[in-house]
Design a protein around this ligand. Structure first.
Ligand SMILES: Nc1ncnc2c1ncn2[C@@H]1O[C@H](COP(=O)(O)OP(=O)(O)OP(=O)(O)O)[C@@H](O)[C@H]1O
Ligand SMILES: [Mg+2]
Length: 293
């Protein structure tokens, strides 16, 4: 049923989902404090790596900035969430097909409107989401950078948060800053750190060590290390060709790490027949957004 929260205590449902008691579609946000650290590349390549492993992947493009996922994957969405909210299009109709059968939901436009939904618009949205549920195993959310409220909302509503960080000191302090606000203001205490553009294992381990030390000491939270993606010029070449690196340079260093990343993500992805998570994501998202109005 689409309104699970109507029947259950929503806080306890959220806890159950987060603790893995309810399994279904895994909803993972990919975020960072600082901009330009590689979120969109991570989302696109991780999505393709998962798709190659046989997973059904949906990307939610939640970044309002320019030059993002659609450009990277060479796709041109015609509609967005606004059309769904207004009841003009179904979610399926606004979805765009990407490489390897991945689907992209262009949510960047229309996100603000989620804060002003009427009861019937919300219901319509949840019913639409309900139809999607059995068609996906993983939903990856490409967020914008920074700690604006929209970014926070997507992270709060997701089950898993991947924080992308590069070895630059500003990226590290900003990664800490977003985890701090998500923890202190919104009670999030599970983060997975992915180091991007690292020279190698050693440097990425050092980045993780520094951030996790500070997080443990000042926030009293532990952060999981999800691995690293090396700096690889083929990433930039791929970007220029509007393709994902894993797609055109599958044997490159970075591509191999994306495959490893996908395996690790799959380990934390536990799909089953039980429903609830994607609907719950949207329900939670609209609630937190409306609550912050
Ligand atoms: N592992 C890498 N090796 C080399 N270059 C990289 C790597 N990852 C990302 N880049 C470069 O950094 C640029 C920015 O990456 P991307 O657009 O994915 O960042 P972002 O975090 O999504 O940015 P924004 O915050 O603006 O959304 C890419 O165009 C690419 O050129
Ligand atoms: Mg981006």
């Amino acid at each position: 049923m689409f309104l699970i929260g109507g029947f259950m205590d929503q806080a306890s449902t959220l806890r159950k989902i987060k603790n893995g008691a309810m399994k279904g579609v895994k909803v993972i946000s990919v975020t960072s404090g600082k901009g330009g650290v590689g979120k969109t590349n991570v989302v696109a390549n991780l999505a393709i790596a998962l798709a190659k492993m046989g997973k059904k992947v949906l990307i939610l493009d939640a970044d309002m900035g320019l030059g993002n996922l659609d450009v990277l994957l060479g796709i041109a969405p015609m509609y967005n969430m606004n059309h769904v909210i207004r009841g003009e299009k179904t979610l399926k109709e606004i979805m765009v097909g990407g490489p390897y059968g991945i689907k992209i939901l262009p949510a960047s436009s229309g996100v603000q409107e989620l804060t002003a939904l009427t009861a019937s618009q919300r219901m319509n949205l949840f019913m639409e989401v309900d139809k999607l549920e059995h068609e996906i195993d993983v939903m990856l959310i490409d967020t914008a950078a920074g700690i604006s409220s929209d970014v926070l909302f997507f992270n709060i509503a997701a089950q898993e948060i991947i924080v992308v960080v590069s070895p630059e000191p500003t990226s590290m302090t900003d990664a800490y800053a977003i985890m701090k606000v998500l923890h202190t203001k919104h009670g999030e205490n599970r983060f997975r750190l992915l180091v991007n553009s690292a020279k190698g294992v050693k440097e990425s381990a050092e980045v993780y060590r520094k951030i996790s030390l500070v997080a443990e000491r000042f926030l009293n939270i532990s952060i999981d290390y999800l691995g690293y993606i090396p700096y690889d010029e083929n990433v930039q070449k791929a970007v220029r060709e509007q393709r994902a690196i894993i797609d055109i340079y599958p044997d490159s260093k970075a591509s191999k790490c994306f495959v490893e990343l996908a395996k690790r993500v799959e380990e934390i992805t536990t799909p089953s027949e039980l429903k609830g998570n994607v609907q719950f994501f949207w329900q939670r998202l609209t609630e937190v957004m409306m609550g912050a109005r």
